[in-house]
Design a protein around this ligand. Sequence first.
Ligand code: UN1
Length: 513
Amino acid sequence: MMNNNLTILHEFGIEDQHAGVYCGEWLQNQNAPLIESVSPVTGDTIASVYQATKEDYELVINKAQLAFNIWRNVPAPKRGEIVRLIGIELRKYKHLLGQLVTLEMGKLLAEGEGEVQEMIDIADFAVGLSRQLYGLTIASEREKHRLYEQWQPLGPVGIITAFNFPVAVWSWNALIAAIAGDVMIWKPSSVTPLTAIAVQKIVNKVVKEQGLPEGIFNLLISQGSTVGQEMLQDKRIPLISFTGSIPTGRRVAEQVAGRLGKTILELGGNNAIIITENANLDLAIRAVLFGAVGTSGQRCTTTRRLIIHDSIYDTFISKLTAAYKQVKIGNPFNQDTVMGPLVNKTAVDDMMAALENLKRQGGKVLYGGEILQGEEYQSGCYVTPCIAEAENHYDIVQKETFAPILYVMKYASLEEALNAHNNVPQGLSSAIFSSNMYEIEHFLGPEGSDCGIANVNIGTSGAEIGGAFGGEKETGGGRESGSDAWKAYMRRQTVTINWGSSLPLAQGITFGE
Ligand code: UN1
């Protein structure tokens, strides 16, 4: 382990073997199996975490329920004040937490810090929102009646997050849910337990200093499905927000729907960029590079498919290949690195299997797709990003592989391009590069992109927090982060008040008169 790593852990008070459950106090069951957090940067174990047990789960949910009884009565702007203080704390830890994200997950330091910035942004957004949980006032059809809607806190929310945005996705959910008056049970990816512990500690400081009840922000770390299963089936958790793969998301949806609970699902993407003959190619190259190679292809918004007009196909591919050759791959802490490692060796295996599959189906690798060897790459998690020629209907192209593989294909008419674009099971993010109004508006029209996010002259990844984030079809339909996504964390109540002395019925019905 590098000394620098020790400093980061020390700053957060993370010991070699750390408790993996927090509900007002850290719970550590010595008999529970340990999870090792392995850095993809070096392949070294950073620290280990004790897993949550079923008994821990019961303690956590009980604490959460008690906290909810208090927190829901705190006025929303006062809850916003707590989130404001969390935002201030996050500002202080931006560099340190960013470093831990890079160490544990492998994204570039600029991206690790960017992720903490995303947390700060959402904190600011949530503070403003805490004074804007508006309900409608509706004209009643009855005399001396008032009709309006109001938004109430929902209860304990289960937040299940993925390794690729180990801290930001928690904040999208937790900081909005916090101003909504909910309490949180966070189950982070077991691949990134240490960043979750660090976030919990940052939040705990504010909770303690402000004398808030224990159990508003809780943490449960566990590998496998035991504890997750408890959460999914628990009627005491009205809402589960899940970010992760489509197969797991489907199980989450089925189980939570089985008890008629609510879900917010943010599942896989299969994001494409259409490059038309009217595109600014230099702009497009930069956007494709960030979209396909950024975060080593491990964003759910990563650009996975390029649909290119046949008149510019060869030019574009040769420019793109030249740009790929310039990508400096290596330690994500180094300033000049453009692509860090994949999260672990399983991800590398999955990438290689996808490329084998692609070749079997008739696809052709145009560039990259190799595992890198050598001292700097000893973790075994470094690869060259890959450009591959493929057809949209290939099984492997229809799936999301969480790796830097970019499938490229040609089109002749815009209709053909849009068909290919929409002809995948997922519907998260999409983009078109063009300066032609017809093409752009067509892409944004009802026959255009069927995704939750549609971009013009910017790539598929790197959304701001102010918009609602999520997608259609097998992406799960959930929306998180900005706009009115807060409504999913509250329950809507329609209120009718009769301030008259008669009892008129709706629809003018007369009854027993
Ligand atoms: C994800 O990959 O789970 O739009 C989220 C983006 C980021 C969020 C990605 N702001 O790429």
